[in-house]
Design a protein around this ligand. Structure first.
Ligand SMILES: [Zn+2]
Length: 181
């Protein structure tokens, strides 16, 4: 008696689990498909590089973007950056709480940084940075530069004016009505 109850309970639970997992997987696939479609449309329209991104919250797309570096004449107009801006403006927030990012390619160092600042819950990516490098989008060089000290970098970085600049931190530390993040 006890065993058959347990079995029935477990069967039901397994059925429920597998159908919600399946539904979840279908959704994952359809959101990634949206991101990939954006990457393809971007190539078709000469917007920029072959990259697309969507941001999802509670099962709905709340932000989209595809690379527009050349058409916007903006080196920061990567798919993920544009999608983050779109989603944040939709949420009226500077954070992507509870959001999932679907991007057609593994994020570059700039987008990786932006993703960390935006604090989403999870990131799915399709193609890899090695795939991107094969088409001339090689960010390995930037990843390498991040590990160097300012003096060792290919673009010259020199420090100046620290004492004056520190005033902004002092004001910030003292300010009582600031919006922390
Ligand atoms: Zn990027």
């Amino acid at each position: 008696m006890c065993n058959s109850f347990n079995k029935k309970f477990l069967d039901e639970a397994a059925k429920h689990w597998s159908s919600s997992e399946e539904k979840n997987q279908e959704q994952v696939d359809s959101f990634m498909k949206e991101a990939i479609d954006l990457s393809l449309k971007g190539v078709e329209n000469n917007d920029g590089g072959p990259f697309g991104c969507v941001i999802v919250k509670d099962g709905k797309i709340i932000g989209k973007g595809n690379n527009r570096v050349t058409s916007n004449q903006d080196p920061t107009a990567h798919a993920e950056i544009l999608a983050i801006r779109d989603a944040c403006s939709h949420l009226d927030s500077h954070q992507l709480d509870g959001c999932v990012i679907y991007t057609s390619c593994e994020p570059c160092p700039m987008c990786l940084g932006a993703i960390y600042w935006a604090r989403p819950e999870k990131v799915f990516f399709a193609s890899t940075r090695e795939d991107a490098a094969k088409s001339g989008f090689d960010d390995a060089f930037i990843f390498e530069q991040i590990g160097l000290t300012p003096g060792e970098r290919n673009i010259e970085f020199r420090q100046m004016g620290r004492k004056e600049a520190l005033q902004a931190f002092e004001r910030w530390d003292e300010k009582e009505d600031k919006t922390e993040y």
